[in-house]
Structure formats: structure tokens, C-alpha cells
Design a protein around this ligand. Structure first.
Ligand SMILES: *[C@@H]1O[C@H](CO)[C@@H](O)[C@H](O)[C@H]1NC(C)=O
Ligand SMILES: *[C@@H]1O[C@H](CO)[C@@H](O)[C@H](O)[C@H]1NC(C)=O
Ligand SMILES: *[C@@H]1O[C@H](CO)[C@@H](O)[C@H](O)[C@H]1NC(C)=O
Ligand SMILES: *[C@@H]1O[C@H](CO)[C@@H](O)[C@H](O)[C@H]1NC(C)=O
Length: 368
């Protein structure tokens, strides 16, 4: 009997220690997000094997290093799918100099969803000198999805000298976890514009769980707000289906109170209606305050409001002409699961990519 009690006691202490450890890593976040938080990224379609084959063949056929780099810069944006770590390493294997690999990281970075600490270790392993390894870490650290102490240690351990270890630690301590949908929010004033059309109810499987598109996006947006926004930033949350509505009439400071209130608003969202993308953009642009960036997420092409690529380009040119600030519109096509054909998925990619293109924003295609 005593033995069993003892075992039970040990188990209980073990569990509560574990719970406490996890809680201690992100107390404010865990308190705000509650039980519904989802802690994994979807497994999207990466660049296809066919695309990679043509790309790598083109890369290796370049005659000079300059030509190789020009080819790389020109070709990376020709497909909107993200790169896997293996694909990044395959590219590195075609590049001779560390300095060129560093340059390549800056071009690849927008097309990386997130990396694990092991992925980062694998990439750093392609750099021989510790100064270049450090340079690479500076460029790629912001792709890390898990900023726990254990995860940082795996990376710091790649450096030999104690001064390098402390530099690497400092780089890692300065970053926020990259969100697999929203990336890293750098804008001072940003709008999060999300699609709540009916198709956002489609589900997909990730990490053994079935989750709807909307539930996933809600969880990633709440994580982004809680983990990344600081009180000197301003934000608003805007939703669109048949038409659009907004959380606040104008951009507000990202104070802990406002973030908590926005999360409560987001958690209550349900799907509703068509895809009126321009109605959402209307609200995002409708401010007299300076605005730096819009994060627009949709799982389709608009079937209401402005519906053509040329139409949306003109729409954005008009908005730009009417404002003094340059607003980057970062777009995310999020089509996990669902019954959309490849053609539908491509059309969504094209529409959202065009928006990012004319506003110098970044585009991310997440489909699978
Ligand atoms: C789409 O939004 C615009 C405003 O941007 C609005 O005029 C139009 O009526 C909306 N479409 C529908 C079907 O509600
Ligand atoms: C979708 O786009 C890819 C390139 O991104 C292309 O290879 C494919 O043929 C397209 N599929 C359809 C059905 O348009
Ligand atoms: C926006 O307008 C500025 C001039 O005010 C211009 O320099 C810039 O190229 C425009 N950007 C777009 C995306 O039209
Ligand atoms: C476009 O954005 C990138 C980074 O987001 C920046 O480096 C570049 O200068 C911008 N270009 C223009 C024309 O605004």
C-alpha cells in the first residue's frame, strides 16, 4: 500500500512540476489563451519536386557565382509555396560561398513558414566558420517557432567558444516565436483582416487532430497578439464574409488589456457568408492614423466586392494615392483541407499574391 501511495505521490509531483514549468515559460500567454490554444503548424505543400528539380538544374547550370545569385533571386518568387528545410539545404548545396548562402537566407526567409531548433541547427551546419554561422543565425533566428529555453540551448550548443555562445543566446533572447500563419509582426500599426466565409469551416488534420480553418486561424492570431505585440504597437482586428466588421472603430494600443479584449472578440467569431475581400480592406484603410501594414488572410477568391486581379490592383493604387503613408499588405492564402480544386487554389494564390506584389508586402501560400 505504502508503495502505491508513494508512486502516486511521485507521479503527482512530477505532473505538477511539469505543468508549472510550462506555465512559467509563458505565464501571461497561457493565462490569456486558455485551453483552446493549438500548438502546432500545419504541414503545407512545400515547393513541388518538379519545381525543385527544374530550379536546382537551372541553378547548377549558371556559369558564374554572380549569375547563380541572380538566378536565385529571380526564381525564388516564381512559386508561392513555402520551402522545407531539406529544400533549403538542397539549395545551399548548389552555392559555393558562405557569403552567398547568407544572401540566399534573406531571399528565402519570407518563404519559410517556421523552423524548429533542429531545422536551424541543420542549416547552421552548412556554414564552416563561426562568424558566418553567427551571421546565419542572425538572419534565420526569427523563423524559430519555439522559443523555450531547451530549444534555444540546442542552437547555442552549436557554437564552440563561450563568447559565441553568449552572442547566440543574446540573438535568441531577442526574438519572439515566429507564428506559422502570421510570421513575425514588425509593423508599428497593423490590421489583421480575416476571412470568415463559410468555407473557413472546412477541416484539416494536423498533429493527429482535426481542426477547422477558422479555429486554427483564431488560435494562431490570438497567439500572435499575445506573444508578439508590444504596447508601443497599435492594431485592429477586421473580419469579412458578405461584408466586413471591425473589433474597434480605429487602431488601438497593444496594451495587455486591449490584447485580452481582442482575444475574447476573436474567440467568439463564427463563419458567415461570402468572400468580400475588398470590404475588409475598406475598413483597414479607413483611418486617419498612420498605418504600416495589413495582414490579410483568406481561403479563396472574392465572390463579392472587387473580384478581379486588375480590379484589386486599381483599388490598391487608389488607396495608395489617397494616403501619405505606404501600407504593405501582407497576404496569406490559407487553404488547408477542403474540396477546392487545384485551379481554385491557384486562383486564390494569384489574387492574394498580386495584392502583396503591388504593395510590397509578402505573400504566403499555405495549402495542403
Ligand atoms: C461587399 O462590400 C462592399 C463594400 O466594400 C459592399 O458595397 C457590397 O454590398 C458588399 N457585397 C455584399 C454582397 O454585401
Ligand atoms: C497551379 O499552379 C502551378 C504552379 O504554381 C502549376 O504547375 C499548375 O499546373 C497549376 N494548376 C492548375 C490546375 O492551374
Ligand atoms: C504609392 O504612392 C507613392 C507616391 O505617393 C509611390 O511612390 C508608390 O510607388 C505608390 N505605391 C504603389 C504600390 O502604388
Ligand atoms: C519593400 O519591402 C522590403 C522589406 O519588406 C524593403 O527592404 C524594400 O526597401 C521595400 N521596397 C520599397 C520600394 O518600398
Amino acid at each position: 500500500m505504502n508503495k502505491i501511495y508513494l508512486l502516486a505521490f511521485v507521479a503527482l509531483v512530477g505532473i505538477s512540476t511539469l505543468a508549472l514549468t510550462q506555465f512559467n515559460t509563458e505565464p501571461a500567454l497561457r493565462a490569456t489563451l486558455g485551453a483552446g490554444a493549438v500548438d502546432f503548424c500545419p504541414q503545407p505543400q512545400y515547393r513541388s519536386d518538379a519545381w525543385m528539380k527544374t530550379f536546382l538544374a537551372g541553378l547548377s547550370s549558371q556559369k558564374t557565382d554572380d549569375a547563380t545569385m541572380q538566378f536565385l533571386q529571380a526564381q525564388i518568387p516564381t512559386d508561392s509555396h513555402v520551402f522545407s528545410t531539406e529544400q533549403i539545404i538542397a539549395i545551399f548545396n548548389q552555392i559555393v560561398f558562405d557569403s552567398s548562402r547568407l544572401q540566399a537566407i534573406t531571399w528565402l526567409n519570407p518563404y519559410i513558414l517556421t523552423l524548429t531548433s533542429q531545422n536551424i541547427v541543420d542549416i547552421l551546419g552548412k556554414f564552416a566558420f563561426s562568424s558566418n554561422k553567427m551571421g546565419a543565425l542572425k538572419l534565420i533566428a526569427n523563423t524559430l517557432s519555439d522559443v523555450s529555453d531547451a530549444s534555444k540551448k540546442v542552437i547555442v550548443d552549436q557554437f564552440t567558444f563561450s563568447s559565441d555562445k553568449s552572442d547566440a543566446q543574446a540573438i535568441l533572447n531577442a526574438i519572439s516565436a515566429r507564428n506559422c500563419i502570421y510570421g513575425t509582426i514588425t509593423e508599428k500599426v497593423a490590421a489583421f483582416v480575416i476571412d470568415i466565409s463559410g468555407s473557413m469551416d472546412y477541416t484539416f488534420k494536423a498533429n493527429g487532430e482535426t481542426i477547422s480553418r477558422l479555429a486554427f486561424v483564431k488560435s494562431q492570431l490570438t497567439k500572435t497578439l499575445a506573444e508578439q505585440l508590444k504596447p508601443y504597437q497599435k492594431f485592429n482586428v477586421i473580419i469579412f464574409g458578405n461584408s466586413a466588421s471591425q473589433w474597434k472603430p480605429d487602431y488601438v494600443d497593444a496594451t495587455p488589456e486591449n490584447i485580452q479584449a481582442a482575444i475574447a472578440y476573436i474567440n467568439k467569431l463564427t463563419t458567415n457568408g461570402a468572400t468580400n475581400i475588398s470590404s475588409g480592406l475598406d475598413l483597414a484603410f479607413n483611418t486617419k492614423q498612420a498605418l504600416n501594414g495589413i495582414y490579410l488572410l483568406s481561403d479563396g477568391v472574392p465572390n463579392s466586392g472587387v473580384q478581379t486581379v486588375d480590379g484589386i490592383k486599381k483599388y490598391l493604387a487608389d488607396k495608395n494615392a489617397s494616403r501619405n503613408d505606404k501600407v504593405h499588405v501582407n497576404t496569406i492564402s490559407f487553404i488547408m483541407g477542403g474540396t477546392e480544386t487545384q485551379n481554385d487554389r491557384n486562383l486564390s494564390f494569384q489574387f492574394l499574391n498580386a495584392i502583396a506584389d503591388v504593395t510590397n508586402g509578402s505573400f504566403k501560400g499555405i495549402s495542403g
